[in-house]
Each structure stands twice: as structure tokens, then as C-alpha cells.
Design a protein around this ligand. Structure first.
Ligand code: BGC
Length: 749
């Protein structure tokens, strides 16, 4: 519904701007405004009835736990995100939920962030495309989404008060674009502001973030909701454009809003604006349907999970498991799987697939015998030596041992960050001892944030990266192990060799209330590839049971600094599979330092054996642009750009170059501009050189001839100082005369 706020009293209006309780808004019966339910999200519905909390402590009604964002990120498939979003939307309808809190599109800045399982990637394009697909599909079912946590919420340590100190170029190029894409492409009903401060100002009352950028630059039309308990100053929040405070404050902050308006400290028009946005949420078509398709959604969860599994290593084609194999299944996660993260996104599942059972079901049809040993416990109960010895005995009698390893709920969760990438010691010992006796060893990993593979990677034949796959993950892993599904996931984040190699390492998680994003735009692969740091597996890596070839790269500049890229993909193996075409752009033109390459487009292609398809990818201006802090806008510098088709962020398989005209810029010169600025200016530089040459005294000409590199030494000196030091090398009125010439636009270089 829409509402004319002038028909409400100031008290009624203020009441609409905060929750009634944990999950609902206040109704205004006189005005016919209903109460609505907002609840988590993102990969399933956490609908609480009795005890209410935002940490996943109390129970909730059973719902399907779909694969969390860490898995969806690895699918590199907007279709997976969309099918998941639509199913979550349908379940929201079943429960009468108006707004589902999610998806989270924050960037994985550090592999230690406890909430990385709830985020897609270290890359903003991948995160934004998947987030937009999720939101579009969810909202097409009726309910609204809440894209979160806006912004720069990249750690759990001190998340409620730390200041993320990030320069504007880095915000615009890395931490904001996923939100921007979701806003522009999917029109989310709400955006959830984060707990933390951004450059010293709480996100919940950061007007630059919530109004200047979100609404004015990007055109956001929905309501901003606070993260649960993120409001520290409600009146400042209304001034900044933060519409709905959740959960409620028992009326305390409503009274502050009323008082501020009466005292003339808050314009009532701003209250009215927020009221309209909050009331608009009540018009979302979320009417309860009462139908939860338990079976259908479980099957869908399995399918989506299998699309997200990443095959990291498969020496000697140990996978898929061949008929007749004696298989030893080892590890606590085979019978007590870890498939979702802890905290506010925790779903009370409708059912849960156990990997061991699912393996037994598929093995039965393939003449594969299965033995099992627990190997280790996740909760440190039991005798580690005994358990390991049992695993070794079981592995010795098998052809292939599959070890299910990973992190438990106590090792990672919302609310805290990890301090190590290592797997627990007892698990590493089991992997190593099993690998020493089993003819072939496969490790299957379940965890939310990246774990180190060092110390055991080279001992094993195959590594299957499952991350967290949702309630049907057990079935999905069995499907991949037996080749029912050909793996097609790719890493959405780098697996480093050492934690210390990560670019945020020196500045994570900050100190004394501040975390400095000192690595700037060089986040994840943008840093590793630029600095040539060896990694275990790069961003974008992922294997298949078939093989693909990419040929015939063509890049066509389509004018206005845009391009169309065509490439032909062939499935050169003997089974159907899916390939991700990854397109990166690389350049060193322009006035700012660019990462070695940046992902600018991707698409996933399904191909039967021997099948070939030509795909077309569009590169718009933003694919070539950087954020120019002086001009406060996106700028495409003139020059040469390489368009690269890559296997992953490190390996280029084909490259073509284009030259772009770039944006004209005005490089206006003053006496504070440097000597270098003056001489390199395309319009002024040549004239100045000529005037200097002809107007030089004999003494100056002799000095210049003796010291041809002299100009280099003074390039960074402001012209004002240069004039003073050189005492007449350039006549000041020459510069005065040339200044107007510098106001004509020139290509950005
Ligand atoms: C989390 C949000 C969540 C909210 C409600 C907060 O603690 O940061 O992601 O949606 O609680 O549970």
C-alpha cells in the first residue's frame, strides 16, 4: 500500500520507523497499515515462533537449507543463484514472510572472516551477478529481499563498532559494486545497513552511504533496514536515510524521533519519506500460501549443491569412483555432515542427507563395496590414536579411501573470525596416515572459510572442495564422487599457500577500533596475481571429468569504450559437462595503478561430448574504468587494453588487445601543478617546450645541455617552487598565457 503520511500523527509515523519486536513491524490499525514479518535468510527461511534471537540460538520452523553463498559463489552460475532465490521466495510465502534477510554480498577480504560462508566471493562482479540473480528470482515470487550488509562489513571481530577505514577508490571498485549491481539490476525491496562504521561514521547513520551513494548515485527506491541492533543514534539515522530500525526498541527511539522533530532538529519531511518507504513494504505480494514443497525443494537443494562442488585435484583420474572399487569412507563428517554455518542464517532443516548413506545407495548400484571408519571426532571426544588406527586399518583393505575432513561449528561461525587456516591436527594426521597406506586417497572438504591444504595436499590423489552445501550436500557429494554429476564449480576465492600471503594480513582485523584496508583495490587474486605470489589454487580454478578447449577469441570495439567478445568453447572429452568462460581485462594505461587483471565477464556453458558453442560476452564502459577520486567519477583512460580468456586468475589461455579512445578529461594547470604535469600536458606541453627553448638564456641552454636528465629530477616539483628555484628559466607570464589552453578536454592518460 501507499500512504499519505500527513494523515498520521507524528507519534504514529515515528512508530512505523522501528520494529514491534524481533521480526515484525508495527501495525497502525486506524490507517489500515498491517504488520509484516522480516526474517533470515539468506539460503533458507529461519522463521522463529517462540524464543527469538538474531544469533540462531533458538529454534525455528523446519525449512529447506539450500547451499549457502560460499557454495553458490563456487557454482559461478547465476542460474543456480536464481533457482535458489526463487525457492527461498516460495518458502517465504509458505510462512507468510514479507522480507527475507539476504543475500549477503560482502567481499571476502580475509579468508579468516567467520562469515565468509555467507558471502559469495573475493570478486565484486561474481558477487554482484549472483546476488542480483538471487534477488530478482526471490522477488518474482512476491516477497522482498534485503541485500546486506551495507557496507564494508568484512570481518566479525568488533563488527558492531569497528571503523572500516577504506579509501574511496577501493570502496567504489571493490566493496560497493556488488551492492550497486543488485540495486540497479534487481531493485531489492530493502538494503540492510551494516553494524560497523565506514571511515568513522556508523553505516546506520552514514548519509554519504545511505543517501548520496545508494539513492542518488544508484537510484535505490526501497527501504533501508538496520542490521539487528545496529542503531546507535536513531535521529542521526533518519537524517541519513535509514528508514526502519530492527528489532524494536520498545518505543524508546520512536520518542527520540518525535522529540527531535518537535525541537526542530529533524525535518518532519524526512520522517514522512521513511514512512512511505516502510509502508510500501506492506504492499509486497507475500500472502501466505501454506505450501512447503519439502520433497521438491530437497531434490532442488541436492541439484544446486552438486553444481557448486569444486574438483581441485584429480591425479590419475581417481574420480569418478569406478565400478567394482572397494571404497573406504573415513571421517566424522561422513556421518555428521557440516553443511551450513552458525549464527543468524542457521536453518532447522526439513531433513539432512548423510554422505555415508548416500554413498552406500549409489555404491549398491555399481558393485562398489563400502567400509567405514570414524577416523576422528569433531568435538574432541574419543581417543584420537584409536580412531586414527581404525581409519588406517580400514584404508589398508580398500582400493580408494575417501576422507571427509573439514571444520566444525565451534571452529567458525558468524560472530567471530578464525585465527588460522589450518585443519585440526588430528584430521591432518588421519589424512596423512590413510594416504600412506591406501592405494588411492581422496579428501572431501566441508568448511565455510578457506582452509590450508598444506602439509597433506601432495600426499593425496584428489581433493573435492565441498565448502558448505546445504541439507542435501551429502547426496550432492555422492553424485560427484560417482560421476552422476560432472563437477563444474570453480573457486570464487584464492586458496593461498600461507595465511601471511593474503594481502589483508598486515591489517586484519585491525586495532584500537579501526581496521585499515591498506591493500586498497588489491584484494584476493588482484593482489596475488599482480605480485606474482605463488598460491595453492588460484581464484577461478576448477576441474571437470571432461576437458574443454576455447578457441577463436574475437574482440570487437563497439564504440563509446564498449566491446563485444566472442569465443568458441568445445567439450573435447567423452562426457557431458559445464565450462565457465572467464574473461578478464588487463591494462596499465591511466594515472592509477591497476591490478594485473580483473574479472569483467563470465558465463557457464553446458556441452555434450564433442559439442561446440560460440558465446558472446559484452564489456561495457565499467569493464575498463577506474574510480577517479579527483573527478569523483568513473573514468576510462585512453590506451591499450588486453582482453584475456583465462583458466583462472593466473593462467591466460587466449588474449586480444583493443585500443580505446577513453574519456576526455580537463587537466587544468595552475602554479601548483607539477613541472611534470605542465610538460606532459598534451595541449600545453609542446608549446611550453618550444617557448622555453627559444627564450632560454645562453647560460640556461648550457646547463640544460649538460644535464639532459634535469627535468626528470624536478618533475614532481610544483611549478611555483620551480620558478623560484630556477630564477627565470620560464617567464611567469608565459605560464599565465598558457593556462587557458589547459582547460580544453584531452584524452585521459
Ligand atoms: C546479522 C544479520 C541478520 C540479523 C537478523 C544480525 O546479527 O548480522 O545478517 O539478518 O542478525 O538475524
Amino acid at each position: 500500500m501507499t500512504i499519505d503520511p500527513t494523515t498520521l500523527s507524528l507519534e504514529q509515523k515515528a512508530a512505523l520507523l522501528s520494529g514491534r519486536d524481533f521480526w515484525t513491524t508495527k501495525p497502525i490499525d486506524d490507517a489500515g497499515v498491517p504488520s509484516i514479518v522480516l526474517t533470515d535468510g539468506p539460503h533458507g527461511i529461519r522463521c522463529q515462533e517462540a524464543g527469538q534471537d538474531h544469533l540462531g540460538i533458538h529454534g525455528s520452523r523446519p525449512a529447506t537449507c539450500f547451499p549457502p553463498a560460499v557454495a553458490v559463489g563456487s557454482s559461478w552460475d547465476p542460474d543456480v543463484a536464481a533457482r535458489l532465490g526463487a525457492a527461498v521466495g516460495r518458502e517465504a510465502r509458505a510462512f507468510g514472510v514479507a522480507v527475507v534477510l539476504g543475500p549477503g554480498v560482502n567481499i571476502k577480504r580475509s579468508p579468516l572472516c567467520g562469515r565468509n560462508f555467507e558471502y559469495y566471493s573475493e570478486d565484486p562482479l561474481l558477487s554482484g551477478v549472483l546476488g542480483a540473480a538471487h534477488v530478482n528470482a526471490l522477488q518474482a515470487e512476491g516477497p522482498g529481499a534485503s541485500v546486506k550488509h551495507f557496507a564494508a562489513n568484512n570481518q566479525e571481530t568488533e563488527r558492531m563498532r569497528v571503523s572500516a577505514d577504506v579509501d574511496e577508490r577501493t570502496l567504489r571498485e571493490i566493496y560497493l559494486p556488488a551492492f550497486e549491481r543488485v540495486v540497479r539490476d534487481a531493485d531489492p525491496a530493502t538494503v540492510m545497513c551494516s553494524y560497523n562504521k565506514v571511515n568513522g561514521v556508523y553505516a546506520s547513520h552514514n548519509r554519504w552511504l545511505l543517501t548520496d551513494v545508494l539513492r542518488e548515485d544508484w537510484g535505490f527506491r526501497g527501504a533501508v533496514v538496520s542490521d539487528w541492533g545496529a542503531v546507535s543514534d536513531r535521529v542521526a539515522g533518519v537524517l541519513a536515510g535509514m528508514d526502519l530500525e530492527m528489532p524494536g526498541s520498545g518505543g524508546a527511539t520512536d520518542a527520540q524521533v518525535v522529540e527531535a522533530v518537535r525541537a526542530g532538529r529533524l525535518d518532519e519531511a524526512l520522517v514522512d519519506q521513511s514512512v512511505r518507504r516502510v509502508v510500501a513494504l506492506t504492499a509486497l505480494p507475500y500472502e501466505p500460501t501454506g505450501n512447503l514443497d519439502v520433497e521438491g525443494h530437497h531434490a532442488l537443494a541436492r541439484e544446486l549443491a552438486a553444481e557448486s562442488v569444486v574438483l581441485l585435484k584429480n591425479d590419475g583420474e581417481v574420480l569418478p569412483v569406478r565400478p567394482g572399487t572397494r571404497l573406504a569412507v573415513i571421517g566424522a563428517f561422513a556421518t555428521a555432515p557440516r553443511f551450513q554455518g552458525g549464527g543468524s542464517s542457521h536453518i532447522n532443516t526439513t531433513r539432512t542427507d548423510l554422505p555415508l548413506e548416500e554413498i552406500r545407495t549409489l555404491a549398491g548400484k555399481r558393485d562398489v563395496t563400502v567400509t567405514h571408519a570414524e577416523g576422528f571426532t569433531v568435538d574432541d571426544e574419543g581417543d584420537a590414536d584409536d580412531l586414527r588406527a581404525g581409519a588406517v586399518r580400514t584404508a589398508r583393505d580398500a582400493d580408494v579411501a575417501v576422507v571427509f575432513a573439514g571444520l566444525g561449528d565451534r571452529q567458525e561461525s558468524e560472530g567471530f573470525d578464525r585465527d588460522t587456516l589450518l585443519l585440526p591436527d588430528d584430521q591432518v594426521a588421519v589424512i596423512r596416515e590413510v594416504a600412506a597406506v591406501a592405494p588411492r586417497t581422496v579428501v572431501v572438504l566441508s568448511h565455510g572459510g578457506v582452509v590450508s591444504l598444506e602439509g597433506w595436499h601432495d600426499d593425496v590423489d584428489a581433493v573435492v572442495e565441498g565448502f558448505l552445501l546445504g541439507q542435501a550436500g551429502g547426496g550432492a557429494l555422492a553424485d560427484v564422487l560417482f560421476g552422476v554429476v560432472n563437477p563444474s564449480g570453480h573457486l570464487a576465492e584464492t586458496i593461498p599457500l600461507r595465511l601471511e600471503d593474503n594481502p589483508s594480513w598486515l591489517n586484519f582485523p585491525g586495532e584500537q577500533g579501526h581496521v585499515r584496508y591498506g591493500e586498497g583495490v588489491l584484494v584476493g587474486y588482484r593482489y596475488y596475481a599482480t605480485a606474482g605470489v605463488p598460491v595453492r589454487y588460484p581464484f577461478g580454478h576448477g576441474l571437470s571429468y571432461t576437458s574443454f578447449a576455447t578457441t577463436g577469441l574475437e574482440v570487437e570495439a563497439t564504440g563509446d569504450d564498449r566491446a563485444v567478445v566472442r569465443v568458441t568453447v568445445a567439450n573435447t572429452g567423452d562426457r557431458a559437462g559445464k565450462h565457465v568462460v572467464q574473461l578478464y581485462v588487463s591494462t596499465d594505461t591511466g594515472p592509477v595503478r591497476r591490478p594485473l587483471r580483473e574479472l569483467r565477464a563470465f558465463t557457464k556453458v553446458a556441452l555434450g561430448p564433442g559439442e561446440t558453442r560460440t558465446v558472446e560476452l559484452v564489456l561495457d564502459r565499467r569493464a575498463f574504468a577506474y574510480w577517479d577520486v579527483e573527478r569523483g567519477e568513473w573514468v576510462v583512460p585512453a590506451g591499450l587494453y588486453a582482453v584475456q580468456i583465462c583458466h583462472n586468475a593466473y593462467e591466460v589461455s587466449a588474449q586480444a588487445t583493443i585500443t580505446l579512445t577513453g574519456d576526455p578529461v580537463v587537466r587544468e594547470l595552475t602554479l601548483d601543478s607539477t613541472v611534470g604535469d605542465w610538460f606532459s600536458h598534451p595541449a600545453v606541453g609542446p608549446v611550453l617546450t618550444e617557448r622555453m627553448r627559444t627564450g632560454m638564456t645562453e647560460e640556461h641552454a648550457r646547463q640544460a645541455a649538460e644535464n639532459p636528465d634535469g627535468l626528470k629530477m624536478v618533475e614532481s616539483m610544483p611549478m611555483r617552487q620551480f620558478l623560484a628555484f630556477t630564477n627565470g628559466a620560464i617567464a611567469p607570464d608565459t605560464l599565465e598565457q598558457l593556462m587557458p589552453l589547459s582547460t580544453t578536454p584531452v584524452p585521459a592518460k
